[in-house]
Design a protein around this ligand. Structure first.
Ligand SMILES: [Zn+2]
Length: 204
C-alpha cells in the first residue's frame, strides 16, 4: 500500500503535465517564454551544461517550487520539489563545514511539516516523511539540483480538509512562487501561490 501511494505521487505530476501540455500551442508558447524570461539568472554559469539541465530539470527556475497535493480516501499526500538554491542556498556539494551545516539545517527544517504547510482540518497524523539530500548522489555534476520532500498523512476526517496554508514562504524566503497541483476525489486545481497568496482552498 505504501509503495502504491508513492507511485501515485510520482506519476500524478506526469499525468497532470501531459494534460496541461496536451492542449497545444498556447501552453507551449507560454512556458517557453516564461523559461526564457528567467534564463539570464543562469546563463553566465550554466551554458555549457544547458542540455543536461533540460533533460533532468526541464522547468527548474530559481524561486519557483512545485507542490503536488493529493487527497484520496483517508490519505493526504504532499510532494514538494524546489530548486536546492532556494532551500539550501547553493546547488553544489557542500564545500566546507559551514556549507555542510547550512545543508543539514535546511533538510531538518523540511522535516518539520509546519515549516512547509498547515492543514486546517481532517485530524491528520503523519505516516511517512521523506526529505532527500540532493547531494547524496555520487558523481553528481549537474548544474542545477532539485530538493524533494514528501509527506504522507492518514486523516480520520479527510473530507473536512478545506484549507491548506503553505508556510514554506515564511521559512524559506528565497521561494517566491509555488505551482500547486491539487487532486481530491471531487476537486482538481492548478494554482500559483505567492507569499501574499499562500492559501489553498479545497472545494467541499
Ligand atoms: Zn538551479
Amino acid at each position: 500500500m505504501r509503495i502504491s501511494l508513492f507511485v501515485t505521487v510520482t506519476l500524478l505530476p506526469l499525468m497532470l503535465a501531459s494534460q496541461v501540455y496536451g492542449h497545444g500551442d498556447h501552453h507551449h508558447n507560454h512556458d517557453h517564454s516564461h523559461a526564457h524570461e528567467h534564463s539570464d539568472h543562469h546563463s553566465h554559469t550554466h551554458d555549457h551544461h544547458h542540455a543536461d539541465d533540460h533533460r533532468h530539470h526541464g522547468a527548474h527556475v530559481h524561486g519557483l517550487a512545485h507542490l503536488d497535493v493529493i487527497i484520496a480516501e483517508s490519505q493526504l499526500m504532499l510532494s514538494l520539489q524546489s530548486p536546492a538554491m532556494d532551500i539550501v542556498g547553493f546547488e553544489h556539494q557542500p564545500g566546507d563545514a559551514a556549507q555542510q551545516a547550512q545543508l543539514e539545517q535546511a533538510l531538518s527544517k523540511l522535516q518539520q511539516p509546519d515549516n512547509v504547510f498547515k492543514v486546517n482540518n481532517g485530524a491528520c497524523s503523519l505516516q511517512q516523511l521523506t526529505v532527500n539530500n540532493p547531494f547524496d548522489t555520487a558523481g553528481n555534476h549537474a548544474d542545477h539540483v532539485d530538493i524533494q520532500a514528501e509527506y504522507l498523512f492518514d486523516c480520520a476526517a479527510a473530507s473536512s480538509i478545506s484549507v491548506i496554508d503553505v508556510t514554506l514562504f515564511k521559512h524559506f524566503p528565497d521561494v517566491s512562487s509555488i505551482n500547486v497541483q491539487l487532486v481530491t476525489d471531487h476537486d482538481q486545481q492548478q494554482l500559483n501561490l505567492t507569499p501574499n497568496h499562500s492559501r489553498i482552498r479545497i472545494a467541499e
